[in-house]
Write a protein that binds this ligand. Structure first.
Ligand code: GUN
Length: 285
């Protein structure tokens, strides 16, 4: 069996059509959702991500502003900018690109972002609301993972999902979202014994461990949905996922490629969150 490919690009394009339509409706009411992105320093990967966010904003009709700050910016200066953005009525979403330079405490900065404008879904109040199942802004990559699974036409309810990786930004929130969809969820991580045996029981396998090509067909139950969140830069300069694609696709029913799988979904979910934040702040449905 060879897996069907889940195209994140295609799913992302479909969702963007809906977002653009809603933004056009809001424009008729004089509302333009606004996203502020803050980049401190000149990390090359971060610069690419930030440029892509800016490009998406422009394509979809959002107000976009990027604050590019010197690497020597102090924590106090960054917190002052966040406070200013919190108070601005034309800004609905604030994203501070991570990682930050070492002299700045990431937690202090995330905690300072207004809960209503936290389009990354990283603020502890949004994380807490996710845990207890209340309305919150959902972290973008995990929300994108769930969308990709749903687009296979599979009913998640009652399925056994195995999540490999327990990071705060992917593994943990993905496991919570899968539980919200009534999956039975097993979490695996670097200390898990018998990982392949557990993984082979998964109807839905989500991998986010940051190790290139780690998961091969021996980890995959025949017919399973395999979602690869990994983005590893090889010495050759090529991008590789955490899943050995050529091997795993021989067993899987559905699989996401890297690039072109989860990646395109992350920015689209960021746009979706900014739209949600813009409507909520104005009491609009
Ligand atoms: N750096 C890499 N991914 C992300 C993300 O999703 N949000 C932020 N703020 N920084 C990142």
């Amino acid at each position: 069996m060879t897996a069907a490919i889940i195209s994140g690009k295609q799913v992302s394009d479909d969702i963007r059509i809906g977002i653009a339509r809603e933004v056009a409706d809001l424009a008729e009411r004089g509302v333009k959702p606004g996203l502020a992105v803050v980049l401190v320093g000149e990390d090359p990967a971060s610069q690419v991500y930030v440029r892509n966010k800016e490009k998406s904003c422009i394509e979809l009709g959002f107000h976009s502003e990027v604050h590019r700050l010197d690497v020597a910016t102090t924590q106090q200066e960054l917190l002052a900018l966040v406070a200013d953005l919190n108070g601005r009525s034309d800004i609905d979403g604030i994203l501070v690109q991570l990682p930050l330079p070492k002299h700045i405490e990431e937690k202090a900065v995330i905690d300072a972002i207004s809960v209503e404008k936290d389009v990354d879904g990283f603020h502890p109040v949004n994380v807490g609301n996710l845990v207890i199942g209340d309305d919150s802004l959902l972290p973008c990559t995990p929300a994108g993972v769930i969308e990709l699974i749903k687009r296979t036409g599979t009913d998640i309810s009652g399925k056994h999902a195995v999540v490999i990786g327990r990071s705060n930004i992917v593994g943990k929130p993905v496991s919570l979202l899968l539980q919200r969809e009534n999956a039975t969820v097993t979490m695996c991580h670097s200390r898990t014994a018998n990982m392949a045996e557990l993984s082979r029981q998964a109807d839905i396998l989500v991998v986010a461990i940051g190790r290139a090509n780690f998961i091969d067909a021996s980890y995959v139950k025949p017919g399973a949905i395999v979602i690869d969140v990994g983005m590893n830069r090889l010495d050759t300069g090529k991008l590789a996922g955490d899943v050995d694609y050529e091997s795993a696709r021989q067993a899987a029913g559905f699989i996401t490629p890297v690039p072109g799988g989860v990646g395109p979904m992350t920015i689209t979910m960021l746009m979706s969150n900014t739209l949600i934040a813009a409507k909520r702040r104005r009491g609009l449905k």
